[in-house]
Design a binder for this molecule. Sequence first.
Ligand code: 4AD
Ligand code: MG
Length: 467
Amino acid sequence: MTDVITFTGRTPIKQLLAAVAPLTELTVKGWARTVRRGKDVAFIALNDGSCCATLQIVLDPKLPNYEEVSRLGTGACVAVTGALVASPAAGQQWELQATLVAILGTTDEDYPLQKKRHSFEFMREIAHLRPRANAFGAVFRIRSALAFAVHQFFREHGFMYVQTPIITASDCEGAGEMFRVTTLDAEQPPRVAGQIDYRRDFFAERTGLTVSGQLEGELFATAFSDIYTFGPTFRAENSNTSRHAAEFWMIEPEMAFADLAADCQLAEAFLRYLVTFALNECSEDLAFCNERIETGLLAKLEALAQATFETISYTEAVKLLEKADRPFEFPVVWGRDLQSEHERYLTEEVFNGPLFVTDYPQEIKAFYMRRNDDDRTVAAMDLLVPRVGELIGGSQREERLDVLDERMRTCGIDPAPLNWYRDIRRWGGCPHAGFGLGFERLLMYVTGMENIRDVIPFPRTPGNARF
Ligand code: 4AD
Ligand code: MG
C-alpha cells in the first residue's frame, strides 16, 4: 500500500500492518474490538476500518491512565501514540507499544456486538454498528473499490460520465413502478373532473423518482458517442425478494453506432474488468468473503476473469428449459418472461458460468428495444450469472421512428411527453445500444452475499426505510 496522507494526523492501520521496518512516534485512531487485561499488561485489538485486520496495542501499567484505558469496553474509541515494534505473538508481525492513549469515546455496558458471529439479519437491526462487523467491513470496502473501478473502466475506454435526473416525468421501463414525487396535499389534492390535477403540482405534471437514466443517456450518446451513467434508481415494485431493492444503483452505458453484438462485447469486457479489479485490489476482503460468506468464491471469480461468456437466444433457452429433467414452479412457455428459477437453472446447471440470453419476444420487453426482422423478437440481451441470475439487462435501441411509434401505440404509451426522446430519431438518429448493470447484483456476485440488503449500506425495501 502506498502511504496514505490523512488530514487528521493518524496513520491508517492497513498501512502499518504492511510496514517493512519498525517505526517510532506514530498515532493510530480507531475502535476497540476487544480489550484484554492481564497481570501487568493489557491489550487492545484496534480497528479503524482501513482493513479487516486489527492492530494489537500493548498497554504498559506505567501509562498515566492505564487503569481507565485497560478497563475500556468493546467499541470504545481511542487515539494511540507509540512505536511499531515486531510482535512476539504468533499470527501478527507488528504491534504498537503505546506511550500515550487518549480516550475519545467510551462505550455503554450494553454494546450489542459480541465477539461471536451474529446473523446478517440481526446486524440489519443495528445499522449504526453494522459497518463495524468484519463481514460488512469487507463488503463495503469492496463496494467502494468497485464504484471507483466503474469510473476507471469507462475513463480508460473513452466514455463520458453523464448525470441523469433523479426526478423525472418518464417511466422508462413502462412497468408503472415509479415512486411519486409531489408537493400536492395528499389529503386534499386539487381535482378536475374527479382526477387529480397535476398541472397544479410542483413540476406542473406527474413526476416520480427515476427507474432508469437510459432515455436521457440515449440523448447524450447521440452527441458524445460513448457515455455512461452511474446513479441511484428507484422501483416501487412490491417484490420482497432477496434480489430486489426499492433503491439501488445502476450503471448504464450507451454507445452510438453500436448493435447488440457490440453491446454484449462491452458488457463482457466490463464485468471481466470489475472482477479482475476486485481480485487485484480487494484480495484481503475477498479472502474473508471466500472463507465466511461463499465457499469457492475466489475460484469462481478467477474462473470468470478467464471465461468465455456463452450466448444463446431466448428461443434456444426455452428449448433447453423444456428439456430440463426437473419441474419448475412456473411453466416454460415461449412468449413468457423467464423466471429467476429458469435463469438460475440455465446459468448454474446447464452452462455453469456467465450466459447471455438474447432476442426475447417483443411483448415481454420494454418499448425502446429494436425489433428484429422476424417481427416477433427484439434485439435484447440479459446477462445471467450463477447465484444472482440477471446481472445485466440491455438492448439495441429502436432507431426507426415509425417502428418506435407503432410500438409505443401498442404499449399504450402516450408519445407526446416523450417527444424529446422520439426526436433523437428525427435529427441525425443512428443505431445505438446500451445496458444497465445493477451495482448491488454485482456486489452480491463478487462478495457471495445472498441477500441484496447485505450489500447496501442503508437498504430500502418494502416496509423498511428506518436507518
Ligand atoms: O433490466 P432492467 O430493468 O433494465 C433497465 O433498467 C434498462 N433501462 C437498462 C438499459 O438498457 N440501460 O435493469 C437493469 C439491471 C438488472 O439487470 C438488475 O441487475 C438491476 O438493474 N435491477 C435491480 N437491482 C436491484 N433491485 C431491483 N429492484 C432491480 N431491478 C433491476
Ligand atoms: Mg431486466
